[in-house]
Design a protein around this ligand. Sequence first.
Ligand code: GTR
Length: 401
Amino acid sequence: MQYVKRFALYFLFVIVLNRLQAQNTGEPNYDESKVPAYTLPNVLKTVTNRQVRNKATWEQLRRPEIIKLFEDNVYGQMPKAFDRLTYSIKRENISAMAGKATLKEVLIEVVHDQKRLAINLVLFVPTKPKGPVPVFLLINNRGKENTDPIRAHKSDFWPAEMVIDSGYAIAAFHVSDLAPDDTVSYVNGVLRLYPEQVTAPNGMRAIGAWAWGASRVLDYFEKDPSIDAKKVAIVGHSRGGKAALWAAAEDQRFAMCFSNCSGNTGAALSRRRFGETIRRINTVFPHWFAKNYKKFNNNEDLLPVDQHMLLAAIAPRPLYVTNASKDLWADPTGTYLSLKNASSVYALYKLGSNLPANPPAINQPIINSSLGYHNREGEHNLTAYDWNSFLKFADVYLKSR
Ligand code: GTR
């Protein structure tokens, strides 16, 4: 008996040691059997332990609580006040794409405390639409050539022709206008307008700045008669996909959200510690999230939120998240589980209930659900396959309304 006890204790010791070692070396875990046991925070229980049973309590109490928890612990505050937003059309071409679209290059300027920020927007609107059109807005975190306004360079990352042919407008801005994606120079954008954010423990940083920029573009859309500002779909890939989720959660004017391969601190559950972890993301990208987020390095279970709550904060608006089969770094299973765990909030609106318990097979998109999903075969990227599914999803939820 004594032996058995000793052996059991030794065994436990080895397991704990292994786990600690794995955490400390920062070695990513890709083994499902090594995912630690975890309990997700209950999305439908308030901080004072009140069960949320209906839309009203969700909207008045729990949702604002969750947004505040994400602001204070993860993405930082989202400054709402500014003195002025103006815009000018820098270039217009009414016969772009061989006459299929009108191109507008718009300069959006935001002034606050006598400081000015410029956001450059590229926008294509289908020619002769019946009225204001829904628009896909991409947060571009890759090269600017991907959104080439003169279309000398075409890229599946932003397949403008394909979207125009489907009857939607398509737009993009580059993250560097808001916050350069760099550990030092990230402050040289919107944070110049809000310097107090840089020092605050819950201050906005790059991901928050990109999401903030998406909302300013939406402000512009509200002034452009060719755009239906009530039907703006925000799209982002990877780090841009994290920002797209945060933008849609913070700003309820976004009608729809597409978050592609967003992974850690995007759509994937942090507590699974599969692939990228909080510690790793905070170490390699210290300029992305609020300073407070570093408290949760190797400490996921202390977080008062997990990412399913971010997805839930988008309810009842249609949300589509994706993975790529070879992109284990972004934890496809953890992403699907996050979506599944957000569905209890969509259920308050009688939506999203048809989501299967297990992830669908590769290349089997779930379109007919307010919570859409696919795991595309292949690498970490935003491709024509992804956009094709986005368009199908939008056809169900944006076009018909
Ligand atoms: C990776 C990062 C991911 C993701 C990705 C990307 O290096 O670890 O969280 O954001 O970059 O943006 O492509």
